[in-house]
Design a protein around this ligand. Structure first.
Ligand code: GDP
Length: 247
């Protein structure tokens, strides 16, 4: 006797041409600015967020960081550009609530297992632009200490997403950051290639291949994204959630 779900099963097996909001079965139920830290002593302790896993986002000014964060969170104007010269630069913490998107009935068993593995919430951390050219030496040193202290010592930090304009590729600052992060091997490093829509299809593959070569010849994990088209949202979420999993 066919089960009532037989048809639904067939339907669910087909990859959807338009994966809805493209969240890979994940729905962002809430996203709120929680705190900003301009100095080390302003960084909220992990326990403020009940030790929720943290994902940091780094990228030079104008790389498309705010746009990508807003795309990931499906919110408009939440992560505002904080890189403008003259603005107080700070590390911004956003609390992100996750809900399992309604799964088709036939998917329920698997969906429930996957949902159980997911954190109910996590923290997105917007790191200020890490170019020091336009600030005084003492300011630059203070920034470096704040960022490096956070990146090396934050116990709940699971992954760092380094955003790189796909047309520019890795520059010295990004390479320095990759090398710095290699000192903490448990941290996952993900390169988000931004503005992929700006490249012709034929130019995308070679540009992404170039990005995947790290400063020491190591292979980097690269995800192509576009805040313009929504491309890469699901792929980036999948990697982020994978980094949050505790083995
Ligand atoms: P931020 O300074 O890194 O936060 O960068 P913004 O998110 O403010 O983006 C800088 C500029 O790039 C803005 O004019 C955005 O509209 C544009 N931009 C951001 N992401 C994309 C993208 O994926 N595609 C295109 N074509 N433009 C983008």
């Amino acid at each position: 006797m066919p089960t009532p779900n037989a048809n639904a099963k067939k339907k669910a097996a087909k990859p959807s041409p338009k994966p809805g909001k493209g969240e890979g079965g994940i729905r962002v139920s809430s996203a709120e600015f929680a705190a900003g830290a301009a100095r080390g002593d302003q960084v909220p302790p992990s326990k403020t967020f009940e030790d929720a896993p943290e994902i940091a986002f780094a990228g030079r000014s104008n790389v498309g960081k705010s746009s990508l964060l807003n795309m990931m969170l499906a919110r408009k104007g939440l992560a505002r550009t904080s890189n403008t010269p003259g603005c107080t630069r700070q590390i911004n913490f956003f609390e992100v609530g996750l809900a399992k998107a309604a799964a088709p009935a036939s998917d329920k068993g698997e969906g429930e297992t996957r949902a159980a593995e997911l954190p109910a919430r996590l923290v997105f951390v917007d790191l200020p632009g890490y170019g020091y050219a336009k600030v005084s030496k003492s300011e630059a040193t203070a920034w470096k200490q704040l960022l490096e202290g956070y990146l090396h010592e934050r116990p709940t930090l699971r992954a760092v997403v380094i955003m790189v304009d796909v047309r520019r590729g890795l520059e010295q600052e990004e390479e320095d950051l990759v090398e710095f992060l290699a000192e903490r091997p448990s941290l996952r490093v993900i390169i988000a290639a931004t503005k992929i829509d700006k490249l012709a299809r034929s130019a995308q593959k070679p540009a992404l291949a170039r990005l995947s070569k790290g400063p020491d010849g190591e292979r980097l994990e690269v995800v192509a994204t576009s805040a313009e088209t929504g491309a890469g949202r699901e792929a980036l979420w999948t990697r982020i959630l994978d980094a949050c999993r505790v083995d």
